[in-house]
Design a protein around this ligand. Structure first.
Ligand code: ADP
Length: 643
């Protein structure tokens, strides 16, 4: 007990408040010097007397007595403002703010005068007690008063705070910081301190003020900034993360070469995170294996041992399987790390992140720190974001490569087709060329044989010979058409000016006999101009169209072929119309295809004529189209560019 009293004495001896310590019977055990100095000599000593008795001599009402009794009965601390009697036995008269609480087995009241009008209105008490900020008054660091806001922050009853040093609630580092700050400022300083409260560590900040006329007395006005600080930290982290992602995005979009992108991005991630090593796996979809595509900061032989992983194998394999990152803060203690690789390399903390595009997993990035920097769950958000960025860009690059490869394949295929086409054309023209003479010979000899031996042959034999001759003629026509087609395509264009009407006149003369057979007539409907074009090809166009009109004339009516000209912007448009049998609708789109025929039963042909026409118009830079109605007739139009 004595020891405890000595301790109490030490605390309150120099206190700026009047302090009185008493036992459960109300007997005074100790009063501090400030208390003593406010009471007249005749009432001293206080120690050993009944506090209740004394109270009656000094105070206006008995509320303090009631509170004291309650404190002793229930241990409930109290705070009260009481008025002193105006008596010469009390040196400072007025209102006293009194706090009472139990400390171990004794009871303590501390009182301070509240000044003037404020006190009379009871506002002083209200102000301090109701203040949203924590107010702590200390005497040489020992807390002699704390308001409810401080008690709430500390999550402790007032008597657990009162009489303790503020330092006992803060750690060594905070103490040193506080002392260092205090050393720099004479009267007032601002500080932020970590305080250990009943509900964990909190961060308080505010002003510490030393009262000049009461040496050793200080007041701290503090505020709980725990949330603010963590918010600040989070904001700072988010800002840093954003800047990091921004930098990485720039690097990612700096190239379309996958290797270069991986190299630069990994280097950047390591730099931003301040860690030393990393390696990236790409997922091979066909084999469902992860292949190490690029590594940094680990020796070649080590890279070799991690070159390929199955899905689910190793940490990266598990990340690929689950699609979630794995972060290992302490590799030496983590059971997930089985590989000796980490131990040998001295990797301390480690993260494995999936690289995801919008639709699929592209790969996995592993990063490791040798010690300086610990990769922790705080890095997870940043790493996931980086993973998604990288995955998306990598997918784009891979798609781009695929497109590039496909378009190369397409180009190669096109070239092959062109080459084959060319070969085929050469073959057709060579074969046609080579066939032409023997066919002419066969036809000629057949003719001569019929003429010289015709009378000696019987009807059957003559019929056979005529069939040979007919087939020969067809073949000759066929070969000659093929040769024309090949020539139309391959021969050089010769542009000359010529009158189209002369050309039509010549064709009319040439075809006069066939026309007569069908009782046909060619009518030129408009003035046909002089044009500058390849005359041979224009002739081939007109002559094929007119010969078809004659060939496919309707047997029921006299054939009428109309030829005309329609000027159009920058082009000449000519037409050849007939009133023949027309072309069924379903065939209209195909008549220009080589070997395509309709009306086979009606007239002989090779199916090459309109192909020659189309090719001739096309090589001259024009276009050809037609309208046709079955049993009414057909209209062929073609355009040629004006010079
Ligand atoms: P061919 O006349 O040797 O059969 P073409 O290439 O000249 O070959 O013509 C293709 C087909 O188009 C012909 O078989 C014929 O059925 C149809 N055709 C062409 N011109 C006419 C036309 N003026 N009237 C009706 N049908 C036509």
């Amino acid at each position: 007990m004595d020891n405890f009293l000595i301790q109490i004495k030490n605390i309150f001896q120099g206190a700026p408040f009047a302090t009185c310590v008493f036992d459960a019977s109300g007997t005074v055990l100790y009063i501090n010097p400030l208390f003593e100095s406010n009471i007249s000599q005749e009432d001293l000593p206080f120690v050993g007397k009944s506090l209740y008795h004394l109270i009656h001599q000094f105070l206006v009402d008995d509320r303090l007595e009631k509170q004291l009794k309650r404190l002793i009965e229930t241990d409930k601390p109290f705070s009260l403002i009481v008025e002193t009697l105006s008596s010469p036995r009390i040196k400072a008269q007025g209102f006293l703010n009194i706090i009472g609480y139990k400390l171990n087995s004794v009871y303590i009241i501390i009182g301070d005068y509240v000044s003037g009008g404020l006190a009379r209105e009871g506002r002083y008490k209200q102000l301090i007690e109701g203040a949203p900020d924590a107010i702590v008054i200390m005497n040489h660091g020992v807390i002699t008063f704390s308001n409810p806001a401080f008690n709430t922050i500390m999550d402790m009853p007032v008597h657990d705070i009162m009489g303790k040093e503020l330092f006992s609630f803060i750690d060594e580092k905070a103490r040193q910081d506080l002392m260092a700050i205090k050393g720099n400022f004479a009267k007032t300083f601002f500080a932020r301190i970590n305080v250990n409260t009943s509900s964990g560590q909190k961060i308080l900040e505010g002003n510490f003020h030393f009262i000049e006329d009461r040496p050793g007395t200080s007041i701290a006005l503090l505020r709980d900034v725990t949330e603010k600080v963590s918010l600040e930290k989070r904001l700072l982290r988010q800002n840093q993360d954003l800047a990091a992602v921004n930098l990485i995005s720039k690097t990612l979009s700096s190239s379309i070469d996958l290797k270069e992108v991986l190299q630069n991005t990994l280097a950047q991630v390591l730099q931003i995170m301040n860690i030393e090593t990393g390696w990236i796996y790409l997922l091979k979809e066909e084999t469902q294996r992860l292949k190490c595509a690029y590594s940094y900061g680990i020796p070649e032989d080590v890279v070799h041992s991690i070159k390929e992983l199955k899905i689910g194998e190793g940490i990266a394999g598990r990340v690929a399987e689950k699609g979630e990152p794995i972060i290992i803060m302490n590799a030496s203690e983590d059971r997930r790390i089985r590989s000796l690789l980490f131990k040998k390399q001295g990797i301390q903390s480690f993260a494995s992140i999936p690289l995801y595009s919008r639709t699929r997993l592209i790969g996995v990035m592993n990063i490791g720190s040798f010690g300086q920097r610990i990769i922790s769950s705080e890095d997870e958000r940043l790493l996931i974001t980086i993973g998604v960025h990288m995955g998306t860009v990598m997918e784009n690059i891979l798609l781009f490569q695929e497109i590039a490869n496909t378009s190369k394949e397409l180009k190669d295929a096109l070239n092959l087709i062109r080459q084959r086409n060319e070969e085929l054309r050469t073959l057709v023209s060579t074969v046609s060329h080579d066939l032409k003479n023997p066919i002419i010979a066969i036809n000629g000899f057949c003719e001569r044989f019929l003429r010289s031996a015709g009378s000696k042959l019987n009807d059957k034999e003559i019929e056979y010979l005529k069939a040979i001759q007919e087939s020969g003629n067809h073949m000759e026509k066929f070969v000659s058409n093929l040769l024309t087609l090949s020539a139309v395509e391959n021969l050089k264009l010769v542009k000359e000016e010529f009158p189209v009407h002369t050309l039509i006149d010549n064709i009319s003369i040439e075809m006069a006999e066939q026309l007569n057979q069908k009782q046909g007539a060619i009518i030129t409907e408009s003035v046909l101009p002089r044009i500058k074009a390849d005359e041979t090809r224009v002739m081939q166009v007109f002559s094929n169209l007119i010969s078809n009109a004659i060939k496919y004339a309707a047997p029921s009516r006299a054939l009428k072929i109309q030829i005309g000209y329609e000027p159009a912007p920058n082009t000449h448009v000519f037409y050849v119309k007939d009133n023949g049998m027309g072309i069924p609708e379903e065939h209209i789109n195909h008549v220009f295809d080589i070997f395509y025929r309709t009306h086979e039963d009606y007239a002989e042909g090779t199916g090459i004529g309109l192909s020659i026409v189309k090719k001739a118009v096309t090589v001259m830079g024009g276009d050809i189209w037609l309208k046709s109605e079955i049993d009414k007739g057909s209209e062929f139009y073609f355009s040629l560019p004006m010079e």
